[in-house]
Write a protein of this length. Structure first.
Length: 244
């Protein structure tokens, strides 16, 4: 499939348009905004803390409708963070131990199918583990001096960039492991108890100050990740435009 390289812009602010699917409270969206995009988020749940334009609805239905009516061509790129509970490394073992298997729907494959049909460049984000995405780019909080490790994999559709060096971790993630407490420079930004991060610690560690909802913070990616990706995409697009 041929993906366009033309940058479509928000004529009110002269920014390229980005569609942020499964946006939650906007960790990814904030980073892309900092990189220079005008962002519109889509989520099946109301997200009053989302800091940009927002569409309340099923992300795949909204994407399919945008493709069908041709409105998808307003956008330059799409980011998608489909729910990962079925195959995420953090939940696979727990689900199996509690007899939960099979209850979660894998949305990665249908998301990719629609994104390919859109003809646009895209990013699919998933936590490190067993989610079925290509690991074109892997980012870690240590790359950005953050207080979380929070490894995330990104599949890039229709474009590419160079994997940055994965820096050596400065220590452990704070918390209890197998009955032993460990201190360290990073906090665990998921779950509760066991030495895991408080809401304030998660906000500080990830650079998120516009939501204090625990569930939204535990699902968020640090904005530094998507800012890096957004700048890489824009740099590549501008380089190709100059070369043309």
């Amino acid at each position: 499939m041929t993906h366009p390289t033309h940058i479509r812009r928000d004529h009110t602010g002269d920014r390229p348009l980005l569609l942020d699917l499964f946006c939650c409270a906007g960790g990814a969206g904030r980073g892309y905004e900092r990189a220079g995009f005008a962002v519109t988020g889509v989520d099946i749940r109301p997200r009053p803390n989302y800091p940009f334009a927002f569409i309340h609805g099923d992300a795949l239905t909204v994407l399919a409708d945008l493709i069908d009516c041709g409105e998808i061509r307003r956008y330059s790129v799409v980011h998608a963070s489909p729910p990962c509970q079925k195959r995420c490394a953090l939940t696979v073992g727990t689900n199996k131990s509690r007899g939960w298997g099979g209850e979660h729907v894998d949305l990665v494959a249908p998301t990719r199918e629609l994104l390919d049909a859109s003809g646009l460049p895209y990013v699919i984000e998933q936590p490190d583990g067993k989610a079925d995405v290509r690991k074109d780019i892997t980012l870690c909080g240590e790359m950005f001096g953050l207080g979380v490790l929070r490894h995330r994999n990104f599949e890039l559709g229709g474009w590419s960039t160079t994997q940055p060096k994965h820096l050596k971790h400065r220590g452990r993630v704070r918390g209890w492991r197998h009955g032993e407490y460990h201190d360290g420079p990073y906090v665990a930004a998921y779950g509760k108890g066991g030495g895991k991060a408080t809401v304030a610690e998660m906000q500080q560690a990830m650079g998120i100050d516009w939501t204090d909802v625990h569930e939204e913070l535990t699902e968020a990616i640090p904005p530094a990740y998507s800012e890096w990706l957004g700048r890489a995409f824009l740099s590549r697009s501008m380089s190709r435009a100059v070369a043309a």
